[in-house]
Design a protein around this ligand. Structure first.
Ligand code: AHR
Length: 505
C-alpha cells in the first residue's frame, strides 16, 4: 500500500473546541453465559486463583485494571431463553438446563446475586437484561422487584431470604437482546417487539422509576430490517426508554487489511444513521426528551465463528466457544472504534466490549494463567486516559486507497481534555501498512506544558498476536515524549501503529 500523498500530517487541537462530556460508561463490558465467559472465566471455584466466592482473583485484577464502568449480563442470545429464578437461591436446588442459544449445559451455579457480588468486587455498575424472548413482561417486572424493591413484598422478600436484605439498586436495564434477529429465541417483528418492550418498560419503571432502560436496536447494519426496525421500535417506546442499543462485530474475512483498517468509516456511518433516526423520531413524536445510543455489543469477531464448532456447545458445561485470538490489525480496529466513540460523545453514552473474558474477549484464561490479547491494550488505555470532554479535533492527513471505502485518511484521531485534572490525551492510529507518517501536533489555544507519556503499539506483521508462549509479542511500549515548541510538537508515527499521548495542561 502506498500513500496517495506522502506529505506529513497535521493535527489541530483546541481545548475550547469540544464535542461534549465523555460518558464514563463508554468503557463498559459484557458477560454472557456463553462458552467459558462465566464458568472458567470469572467464576471457577476449582481454580488455584479462586477467592472465597469462587471468583478468579487474577481475572478480577485485569478487569479492575481495564476499569469497566458497567457490565452487561446475562446475555446475549442466552438471555432470550433464560429464567432468572433458576439462578437465585440455594445452589444445590438450582436446575441444570439445556441452553438452546449455544446448545450448552447450564448449571445455574452463577446467577443474579453472584453477578452483583462480582460487580461490587470490581467496582462496576451492573447492567442487567430482561428476557423478551420466552420471558413475559411479568417476569421482567418481577426481576426489577427482586433486585430493587425494599423488603415487604414477594420478590423483595425472596431476595432477602437469599441473603440480600438490602436492594441491589440496579440502575441500567436492557429490555431484551437482538430481538430483530431470526436466530433469537422468541424473535419478534419490530411492531410486536415495540409493543412488548413498551409494556415491560412501564411495569419495570413502576417498580423503580429511577432505572434507566435500553431498547433493542438493530443487531447489525447488515440486517434487512435496519434501520426501519430502529425507527419503529423507537416510535413505540420513545417515552419509556433512555437508550437505544447498537450491536456490531467487525470482520476481515476477505483478508483485505487496507479496507479492514478503514472500518471506522462503517462505525461512523452506523452512529450517523441512528443519530438521524433519533432526531426524526423525537420530532415525529413531538417529544421533549432525548434518547441516547448504547453500543452494548462491539468487537472484532470472525475467526472463531464456524457455526458447527464455535456456536454449538454439544450440551457440555463451559465449552470453548468463540475464543477469538486477536492480532495487531484487530487491535488497530478496536482503537479506531474507541476513537469513534470519542468523536460521538454527544449521542453515544454507553458502549460494552463483547465480551469481557474468554468468549470474543481481550482476556483469555487457562486453569492457572491469564493472557492479554492485543486488543486488551487500546481498551485499557482509552479507559484510563480518556476523561472530561471529547475534543473536536481537526486533522489534515495523507490518504490511501481502499477497496471498500475508497480514499481514506491514513490517520484516525480522537482526543480528550479533563479540566478537573488538567490532563488530556490524544489517540492516533496510523493505518498505513508500510509508511512512517510524520505528524505535527498544533495546539490552537493553551498548549500542554509537557507531554507526560507516550504509549505506542506497532509491528510489521498485521497478523502478529500474543500467546501463552509469547505474551509480549504485541504490547504497548513507552516512547520518548516529543518536546513542545511554540505550541507545536512533532513525531514520527510508525506504520500499523496506535499511539496514546498523555498531556499536562
Ligand atoms: O456476543 C455474542 C453474541 O452476539 C450475543 O449472544 C448476541 O447478542 C450477538 O449476536
Amino acid at each position: 500500500m502506498s500513500l496517495a500523498d506522502s506529505s506529513k500530517a497535521e493535527i489541530y487541537l483546541d481545548i475550547n473546541r469540544v464535542t461534549s462530556p465523555i460518558s464514563p460508561l463508554l468503557f463498559s463490558g459484557f458477560l454472557e453465559h456463553m462458552g467459558r465467559a462465566i464458568y472458567e472465566g470469572i467464576y471457577d471455584p476449582s481454580s488455584p486463583h479462586a477467592d472465597a466466592n469462587g471468583l478468579r482473583t487474577d481475572v478480577l485484577a485485569l478487569l479492575r485494571e481495564v476499569n469497566y464502568r458497567a457490565m452487561r449480563y446475562p446475555g446475549g442470545n442466552f438471555l432470550s431463553g433464560y429464567r432468572w429464578l433458576d439462578g437465585v437461591g440455594p445452589r444445590d436446588q438450582r436446575p441444570r438446563r439445556r441452553d438452546l442459544a449455544w446448545q450448552t449445559l447450564e448449571t445455574n451455579q452463577f446467577g443474579t446475586n453472584e453477578f452483583i457480588e462480582f460487580c461490587r468486587a470490581i467496582n462496576t455498575e451492573p447492567m442487567l437484561a430482561v428476557n423478551m424472548g420466552t420471558g413475559t413482561i411479568q417476569d421482567a417486572a418481577n426481576l426489577v422487584e427482586y433486585c430493587n424493591a425494599p423488603i415487604g413484598t414477594q420478590y423483595a422478600d425472596l431476595r432477602a431470604a437469599h441473603g440480600y436484605p438490602d436492594p441491589h439498586q440496579v440502575k441500567y436495564w436492557c429490555v431484551g437482546n437482538e430481538m430483530d434477529g431470526p436466530w433469537q429465541i422468541g424473535h419478534l417483528e419490530a411492531p410486536e417487539y415495540g409493543a412488548k418492550a413498551r409494556e415491560a418498560a412501564k411495569m419495570m419503571r413502576w417498580h423503580d422509576p429511577s432505572i434507566k432502560l435500553v431498547l433493542c436496536g438493530s443487531s447489525s447494519t447488515g440486517m434487512p430490517t435496519y434501520p426501519e426496525w430502529d425507527r419503529i421500535a423507537l416510535e413505540m417506546c420513545w417515552e419509556q426508554v433512555d437508550y437505544h442499543s447498537m450491536h456490531y462485530y467487525a470482520t476481515n474475512r476477505e483478508n483485505d487489511t487496507a479496507s479492514y483498517l478503514a472500518l471506522a468509516a462503517e462505525f461512523e456511518s452506523f452512529v450517523d444513521t441512528l443519530t438521524g433516526v433519533l432526531r426524526y423520531v423525537k420530532a415525529k413524536n413531538r417529544s421533549k426528551r432525548d434518547v441516547f445510543l448504547s453500543w452494548d455489543e462491539w468487537n472484532v469477531w470472525y475467526k472463531a465463528t464456524r457455526p458447527e464448532v464455535d456456536f454449538r456447545g454439544d450440551w457440555k458445561e463451559a465449552p470453548h466457544l468463540s475464543e477469538e485470538v486477536y492480532n495487531l490489525e484487530d487491535a488497530l480496529v478496536v482503537a479506531q472504534w474507541l476513537n469513534v466513540f470519542l468523536r460521538h460523545t454527544d449521542v453515544l453514552k454507553i458502549a460494552c466490549v463483547a465480551q469481557a473474558v474468554n468468549t470474543i474477549s481481550p482476556i483469555h484464561t487457562t486453569r492457572d494463567r491469564v493472557l492479554k490479547h492485543t486488543t486488551y491494550y487500546p481498551i485499557m488505555l482509552f479507559s484510563k486516559l480518556a476523561s472530561g470532554t471529547a475534543l473536536d479535533v481537526a486533522v489534515k492527513s495523507p490518504h490511501y486507497q481502499t477497496q471498500k471505502f475508497g480514499d481514506m485518511p491514513v490517520l484516525d484521531v480522537s482526543a480528550s481534555y479533563d479540566e478537573s485534572t488538567r490532563a488530556g490525551a490524544i489517540f492516533i492510529v496510523n493505518r498505513s501498512q508500510s509508511e512512517n507518517v510524520p505528524v505535527e501536533l498544533h495546539w490552537q489555544d493553551r498548549a500542554p506544558w509537557k507531554i507526560a507519556a507516550v504509549h505506542q503499539m506497532s509491528g510489521s506483521d498485521p497478523k502478529a498476536f500474543n500467546s501463552l508462549e509469547n505474551p509480549g509479542e504485541i504490547v504497548p511500549i513507552m516512547i520518548t515524549p516529543p518536546t513542545i515548541e511554540d505550541g507545536c510538537a512533532q513525531m514520527l508515527l510508525p506504520p500499523l501503529s496506535f499511539t496514546a499521548l498523555e498531556m499536562c495542561l
